[in-house]
Design a binder for this molecule. Structure first.
Ligand SMILES: *Cc1c(COP(=O)(O)O)cnc(C)c1O
Length: 391
């Protein structure tokens, strides 16, 4: 008989009842060190006092009004995002895949309004992930996500990640946008080299193509800059954000330049919940903490420490681990053992990691993780690796 919860996930037999900072407490009382952060969502850890305060205060005042009225909390968060980024304007969603939907609509509408209605193709890359909506799965295009769900939304051109020649050949007068993650998350923590992001920007400029960056996983301080593309010194036309921006509250956004957003006039898009007062109050509190340069400097310092310790872990367990990659506190350990076995061995040592494609385990700790917690985390991973080596 089918379970009352639609069985689309194979879940670990763990059930958490409380979170404190970098820790999650299981129903049986065990304390797990959380290097997953709900898949890069709990950017400030669990129950951060500033987020609890912002949410509680808003919950006392007003939950929802709809976008038929002014929403001051939305205005405030949009102003903050505009102040700290390339963007001139922001639309709020509840998730990453909804941000993908709007990014696609915005790019196509831009060329439609410019009198180029046939310019609808969006170039995407193997190993990418843009969510589970119809546009999201069509964009990523992997068989695993699309099989059985056709007809798929047309107009996506799928290229191999890193195939520069194919990319140059594919960019044409029917290309409206290139959509890419600066650091692939689900694809196994594959960072796009800065030079490639610069090259992509040049290619887009040369052909008048819009650049859409999917920073749903790598954005909001995760790589040690507020947004990952800042490392390469280029800016997109449109950017998808979600996960970390809500710190655990469902919140996403599309950020855009005035030019790229020019087609999105009144009535062209909407969302009942998107940008509701609760989500935006929390989002502003997240931005207050993460946009601080001192906070980001600490993320970078701690990332260096974690990476150095992981190098030691790999050297000590070459039978389990192969290499470390990624940026900031978005790190992937490429495994020699099967990644799921490593994740499960971690559970036995009360440390949470997240599997990804390419036989990688992801380490996406809260950006607030302490030095002591980093040491403890690597100790637990060490114990997990030893248990695998012994077996
Ligand atoms: C998680 C993710 C999405 C989808 O976000 P949802 O909130 O699950 O819809 C899209 N793009 C990237 C890069 C992601 O990591």
């Amino acid at each position: 008989m089918i379970s009352s919860v639609l069985p689309t996930y194979s879940r670990a037999p763990l059930s958490f009842v409380k979170g404190e900072g970098s820790w999650m407490i299981e129903a049986d009382g065990r304390r797990f060190l959380d290097l997953g952060a709900g898949i890069a969502v709990n950017s400030l850890g669990h129950a951060h006092p500033k987020l609890v305060e912002a949410l509680s205060r808003q919950a006392q005042a007003l939950w929802h009004t709809s976008n038929l009225y002014q929403i001051p909390q939305q205005q405030e968060l949009a102003d903050r995002l505009v102040e700290h980024t390339f963007a001139d304007t922001v639309f709020f969603t509840n998730s990453g895949t909804e941000a993908c939907e709007l990014a696609v609509k915005m790019a196509r509408k831009y060329f439609y309004d410019k009198g180029e209605p046939n310019r609808t193709d969006i170039i995407t890359f193997s190993g990418s992930f843009h969510g589970r909506s119809s546009a999201g799965i069509a964009a990523a295009g992997s068989e695993k996500m699309t099989e059985g769900f056709g007809p798929l939304l047309p107009g996506f051109v799928h290229l191999d990640f890193g195939d520069h020649d194919a990319l140059t050949a594919a960019a044409s007068e029917t290309t409206c946008a290139i959509m890419i993650e600066p650091v692939q998350g689900e694809g196994g923590i594959r960072p796009l080299p800065d030079a490639c992001l610069k090259g992509l920007r040049d290619l887009c400029d040369e052909h008048g193509i819009l650049m859409i960056l999917d920073e749903v996983q790598c954005g909001v301080g995760r790589t040690g800059k507020l947004f990952a593309h800042e490392w390469a010194g280029v800016t997109p036309d449109i950017m998808m954000v979600a996960k970390g921006i809500g710190g655990g509250f469902p919140l996403g956004a599309v950020l855009a330049t005035e030019n790229a957003a020019s087609g999105m006039t009144a009535g062209t898009h909407g969302s009942t919940y998107g940008g509701n007062p609760l989500g935006c109050a929390v989002g502003s509190a997240v931005m207050d903490v993460i946009a601080d340069p001192d906070f980001l400097a600490e993320v970078n310092r701690k990332a260096g420490l974690l990476r150095q310790k992981l190098e030691g872990l790999i050297a000590a367990h070459p039978d389990v681990f192969e290499s470390v990659r990624g940026a900031g506190l978005m790190l992937g350990l490429k495994c020699k053992a099967t990644n799921i076995d490593v994740v499960n061995a971690g559970y036995a040592q009360e440390v949470i990691t997240v599997p990804a494609a390419d036989n990688v385990i992801r380490l996406l700790p809260p950006l607030t993780i302490t030095d002591d917690e980093i040491s403890e985390a690597v100790k637990r991973l060490e114990a997990a690796a030893s248990s695998l080596s012994a077996s």
